[in-house]
Design a protein around this ligand. Structure first.
Ligand code: DGL
Length: 257
């Protein structure tokens, strides 16, 4: 069981931001990465569609022998992780907008959250935001078309910068001092964000916290492994080689699930 792989999934290449943090902290673990690109973006899908896709992918990863699954997607975590934990016995680690560290670090008392519609409308997000609403003003904003821009290799384009500018304009009228990236695709927009955000705004991305939590859980379940650290990548659609290459991945296989 120790030498079994860790499964990681997202709707697309966004979860690679989490994968990179995992790889850095856990260089000797085998990882299987699944991008559900045939069903991306998740952000506009219904809760039951997201649960259904998350279940199918988790089932596939478990059939591959995965000892733990990282849901490297805020939309899937906030809509489906409770369902996954009820359905399967392997441990799951999820990612959701990191409002808490932003709230703790904020001096102005106003923080921004940029995420998908699916994440912002989820019960889990609403409860977390409300829990912090006593001490802090949380300004949330849907990212329009940002996932599609990252998925088409345009993360650093002028188009991405313009779209971000439009989406962030309302919250930048308020004195936010933290911007929580509530979607795993958004860390790839850092360059464009850097050109737009005022210097006093700190970007909050919790990929490293997810990697730490994965390490903790593996340790707790005595599942840490000291292997070769192989990675295999799969997509639910015919892989766009040029796109994956942009993300440093040479070899992706298509799966039909
Ligand atoms: N990367 C995902 C997230 O963290 C999903 C984006 C999407 O497919 O809409 O929310």
């Amino acid at each position: 069981m120790r030498n079994s792989p860790i499964g990681v999934f997202d709707s697309g290449v966004g979860g690679l931001s989490v994968f990179h943090a995992l790889r850095e902290l856990l260089p000797n673990e085998e990882i299987i990465y699944v991008a559900d690109q045939a069903f991306a973006p998740y952000g506009k899908r219904t809760k039951s569609e997201i649960q259904n896709r998350s279940e199918i992918i988790s089932e596939w990863l478990i059939a591959k022998g995965c000892k733990l699954i990282v849901v490297a997607c805020n939309t899937a975590t906030t809509n489906a992780i409770a369902h996954l934990r009820e359905s399967f016995s392997v441990p799951f680690v999820g990612i959701e907008p990191a409002i808490k560290p932003a709230a703790l670090g904020s001096k102005t008392g106003v923080v921004g959250v940029l995420a998908t519609e699916g994440t912002l409308s989820s019960e889990l997000f609403q409860t977390t935001a409300q829990d912090h609403a006593k001490d802090i003003d949380v300004i949330s904003q849907i990212g329009h078309g940002l996932v599609a821009l990252v998925e088409s290799g345009k993360a650093t384009s002028l188009e991405a910068e313009r779209q971000l500018q439009n989406d962030l304009a309302p919250m930048l009228e308020k004195p936010i001092d933290h911007l929580v990236l509530g979607c795993t695709h958004y860390p790839f927009l850092r360059q464009a964000l850097g050109r737009i955000l005022p210097k006093n705004v700190t970007i909050v991305d919790c990929s490293n916290a997810v990697a730490k939590q994965t390490h903790r859980l593996l340790e707790q379940h005595q599942l840490l492994h000291n292997g070769r650290g192989d990675t295999t990548y799969f997509s639910t659609q015919y892989p766009d080689k040029k796109l994956w290459k942009l993300f440093g991945v040479d070899d992706v296989s298509q799966i039909d699930i």
